[in-house]
Design a protein around this ligand. Structure first.
Ligand SMILES: O=P(O)(O)OC[C@H]1O[C@H](O)[C@H](O)[C@@H](O)[C@@H]1O
Length: 534
């Protein structure tokens, strides 16, 4: 199967996408797909019917349909940790039973959702108070999957945010919590400690700092703390009342956890009803993913475009470019989701991967990125497949003219990438400015855009909680499909462990309690410089 992809990449990798449009006047219709109001256009790639067939064959070869049902059905597909992968159960509002080890997980999921709602309602209504009165601010302390999702969503859903202000603290750098707490009233602040394991050093350190900050002004800091975790033993050690502890099971991966208790800060910000809309959006994408034929299946096609560009054509990165300022943190969120999930060098069975792992994912919202890094995207020597996204409508009707400009910019960028500008065109432009001879050629060459650079565009009606749920679930399933095709485990993250272990060992070396014997020359040298300067 991979041989087919290599053969097609060899044969078609360089062909002109514009020729494909010329050969098929309905190319846009043939190479775009819709699901519940979302439209995914991948016609501005060099995928043709033949390539699509070959890519779809990868799904069949990887037994995608059975694996998809295994995931939704609660099978322990995270084989290196012996866990099911059931973030989809967190948004299974229809409550269709989902069994793990013979027991339906749905009653527990829905009961926790209900408890979250009661707590969130109480905070928002002022029925749950701080020791100085109504809660005005919520500080979510967590990192990685316990931070990026809610932090991203809280910004994304600002038009719906009518609850207390939310702040997110993740970095162990004391500057982060220092700046977040500055100006807050500890007597009217709720601290949410979000950590699946409740052992993550950054989160525990920041939680201790927040506790001490609060203890200076209130007699019972624990009364203004809530905990979100799958480790009930550890939350009990902190003495946080169980009424404010929201648990989840080990079958929710950290980077897939914003649908459950890890989303509490978002629920408090936007209210339980809007949060349920977010879940409904995810649920709608789940049912599309499970029921649409592969060739019309949005997550499947998004994944296949990814596989074609990365494993097929060898493009090592992809840029996520939301034309939506409120999705400013989406690229960072997807970075963890995609790179922690599919950045693996061995297959599920432990053998070396024979193809490249997932790509580097990066990005910034448009139009800002245009004035920063698009230069390289248009004229650099490497090709960066671009994933544009844009809403048809904004939330500010009085600024509709600005939204139109935003859309125009988004479409202009993908058009420019596709079309480019030839030497003839550039020469004509420069000649019109009066240049001649060698100088004309030199200046014209700088103004050539090679074009033929692939991009996709995801169009959504308007960034509502429902649409955000669709988008997040779309990318989750994209990661799943790519992981299945690559034959890796997308749900562990052993690659983050070594650095953590070494950091623990370096602490006593930095403080001087232990020496640098056995350390490499660079690490020993850096330690020496830092210690000498103290
Ligand atoms: O939620 P926690 O247990 O505190 O984990 C927070 C994060 O840290 C780990 O190092 C993992 O790389 C992430 O997948 C995880 O989301």
């Amino acid at each position: 199967m991979w041989q087919d992809i290599s053969r097609l990449a060899e044969a078609y990798g360089d062909r002109a996408i514009l020729d494909l449009f010329a050969a098929d006047s309905a190319r846009f219709e043939h190479f775009s797909v819709s699901a519940d109001g979302l439209l995914f256009d991948f016609s501005k790639t060099n995928i043709c019917a033949e390539t699509r067939e070959a890519l779809l064959a990868l799904c069949t070869a990887a037994d995608l349909l059975a694996k998809r049902e295994a995931m939704f059905g609660g099978a322990k597909i995270n084989e290196t940790e012996g866990r099911a992968v059931l973030h989809t159960a967190l948004r299974n509002l229809s409550a269709q039973p989902v069994e793990v080890d013979g027991a339906d997980v749905m009653p527990g999921v829905l009961a926790t959702l209900e408890r979250m709602q009661q707590f969130s309602d109480a905070v928002r209504a002022g029925d749950f108070e701080g020791q100085g009165g109504r809660i005005t601010d919520v500080v979510n302390i967590g990192i990685g999957g316990s931070d990026l999702g809610p932090a991203m969503a809280e910004i994304a859903l600002q038009p719906f945010a009518d609850g207390p202000r939310c702040h997110f603290v993740s970095n162990v750098d004391g500057a982060h919590i220092h700046d977040a707490l500055r100006g807050l009233d500890p007597t009217r602040t709720l601290v949410i400690v979000a950590s699946k394991t409740f052992t993550t050093i950054e989160t525990m350190t920041n939680a201790r700092t927040a506790w001490d900050w609060m203890a200076e002004k209130v007699s019972d800091p624990g009364a203004q703390f809530a905990a979100l975790s799958s480790n009930q033993e550890k939350t009990a050690e902190w003495g946080i009342d169980t009424s404010r502890v929201f648990g989840f099971e080990d079958w929710v991966g950290g980077r897939y956890s914003m649908w459950g208790p890890i989303g509490l800060a978002v629920m408090i910000a936007i209210g339980a009803e809007a949060f349920r809309e977010f879940l409904k959006g995810g649920e709608a994408m789940d049912s599309h993913f499970r029921s649409a034929p592969l060739q019309d299946n949005l997550p499947v096609l998004l994944a296949l475009v990814g596989i074609w560009h990365n494993q097929g054509l060898g493009y090592a990165t992809r840029a996520v470019l939301p034309y939506e300022q409120r999705l400013a943190r989406l690229p960072a969120y997807l970075q963890q989701m995609e790179m922690e999930s599919n950045g693996k060098r061995v297959a599920m069975d432990g053998s070396d991967l024979q193809i490249h792992s997932g790509p580097v994912v990066w990005g910034e919202p448009g139009t800002n990125g245009q004035h920063a890094f698009y230069q390289l995207i248009h004229q650099g020597t490497r090709v960066v497949p671009c994933e544009f996204m844009v809403g048809i409508e904004g939330h500010e009707p009085e600024l509709a003219h600005q939204h139109d400009l935003l859309i125009a910019n988004c479409l202009a960028q993908s058009e420019a990438l596709l079309r480019g500008r030839s030497l003839d065109e550039a020469t004509e432009i420069m000649a019109a400015k009066g240049l001649e001879g060698a100088e004309l050629e030199r200046q014209a060459r700088h103004r050539v855009f090679p074009g033929n650079r692939p991009s996709t565009t995801l169009v959504y009606p308007k960034l509502t909680p429902f649409v955000l749920g669709q988008i997040v679930a779309l990318y989750e399933h994209r990661v799943f499909v790519e992981g299945v095709i690559l034959g890796i485990n997308s749900y562990d993250q052993w690659g983050v462990e070594l650095g953590k272990e070494l950091a623990v060992k370096l602490s006593p070396i930095l403080s001087g309690e232990e020496g640098t014997e056995g350390k490499d020359g660079s690490t020993a040298g850096l330690v020496a410089v830092i210690r000498a300067a103290r």
